[in-house]
Every structure is written in structure tokens, then in C-alpha cells.
Design a binder for this molecule. Structure first.
Ligand SMILES: [Zn+2]
Length: 207
């Protein structure tokens, strides 16, 4: 059997399992979605957002890209965030990185990987911003893990800088692929910004 057919067969079994547990499993969500959370994670196949957080369809709005970056000129990511905040009214936005991230490792190297180098250059900027701390870590693996953590921290800051996000709680998490645990490493309350230069005034809105 060709490998992809296994996925289609799995789907049939999955549908049957869900309907056995709850006959309205699919019909209850078919009209609208009201997720409370937006997840911005890495494309890595080992970090399935819904599975590691134990949520069901309808609970998580998801955007994934290589190395979970929040780039202010990425209209794909910006559209997802704006829609999630202003239309779906999500309350929390989570940026989740992960140990073992190939994107971060590539960004730390001098490998020329083609087009993706342009994307990973944003990660090299994170390194440059924290180069004093990172260069002082002599253990290469620990330095790599620290960059993964600092990257999440910086991407949460990038989110906070967006005007339409400034009334939402922002979270930075790391998924440990070795243990399966999620670790919280950053949290910004609504309106909490990395610097006052990013504050916007909304004259037409209360508060
Ligand atoms: Zn990754």
C-alpha cells in the first residue's frame, strides 16, 4: 500500500471512533468556530498543536511556520492574527517554540539552504540582539537551546507591537520534544509592551 493511503484509512477509523464516543462530534462545530486561543507554532511534524495541548477541533486557531516567527511583513501571519483577534475574538495568543528546532539550528549555522535563508535571517537577527548572552555560553547545545527560548521571547514581543493585538494576553511557551512537556517562558498581559514607542491610542474605542 502506498504510504499516503494509510492516512485516508486512518481518517475513516478516526471518524468512526469520534462518532462512537459522541454522535454530534462533527455536527456541533459545522456552523461556527469560537476558539479561545490562537497558536503560532513551528511547522515541525513533532509538535502537533492540538495533540500536545489536549484540545478538540474548534478550540485552537492555528498558524505554523518554520521556527514560529512573527515577521511584521508576513501577510499570511498578520491576516491570521488580525482575523483571530478582531473576528474570532480569541483571548490568548500563544507562540510555541520547541527544543530540537531544525530552523533554529540552521540559523545558527553557515549552511546555505537556498530561499529559506531569507526566512531564517530573522532568527539570525534574534541571535545578534542577544549575542552577548549567547556568545558567553560555551556549551553549543545549551547555546542552541537558549536561542530557541530567546526566539520565543522575541516573537512574543513582535506580537505585542501589533496595534490590533494590544488587548490580548500573550504567552511564550517551549515544547520539549524529549519529554512532551510544555514550559512557559514569557507572558505579557493585555497592554503590556516591550517599549512605550509601540503604544497606539485608539480614540474611537473605550478603554
Ligand atoms: Zn522547529
Amino acid at each position: 500500500m502506498e504510504s499516503y493511503k494509510r492516512l485516508l484509512l486512518n481518517n475513516l477509523a478516526w471518524v468512526q471512533d469520534k462518532l462512537t464516543l459522541r454522535p454530534d462530534f462533527f455536527s456541533r462545530h459545522s456552523e461556527v468556530q469560537k476558539p479561545e486561543f490562537l497558536w503560532i507554532g513551528c511547522s515541525d511534524s513533532r509538535v502537533p498543536a492540538e495533540e500536545v495541548t489536549g484540545v478538540e477541533p474548534g478550540e485552537l486557531f492555528v498558524h505554523r511556520n518554520v521556527a514560529n516567527l512573527v515577521v511584521h511583513t508576513d501577510f499570511n501571519m498578520l491576516s491570521v492574527v488580525q482575523y483571530a483577534v478582531e473576528v474570532l475574538k480569541v483571548k490568548h495568543i500563544i507562540v510555541c517554540g520547541h527544543y530540537g528546532c531544525g530552523g533554529v539550528r540552521a540559523a545558527m549555522s553557515r549552511s546555505h539552504l537556498g530561499l529559506i535563508n531569507k526566512w531564517l535571517r530573522h532568527m539570525k537577527d534574534v541571535y545578534r540582539l542577544h549575542s552577548v548572552e549567547l556568545d558567553a555560553i560555551h556549551d553549543q547545545e545549551r547555546r542552541y537551546e537558549r536561542l530557541i527560548e530567546l526566539n520565543v521571547f522575541e516573537q512574543v514581543n513582535h506580537l505585542a507591537e501589533l496595534s490590533f493585538v494590544q488587548r490580548r494576553a500573550l504567552h511564550g511557551w517551549i515544547y520539549d520534544i524529549h519529554t512532551g512537556h510544555l514550559k512557559q517562558i514569557a507572558k505579557l498581559d493585555p497592554g503590556q509592551l516591550p517599549h512605550e514607542i509601540f503604544v497606539y491610542e485608539f480614540p474611537d474605542e473605550p478603554g
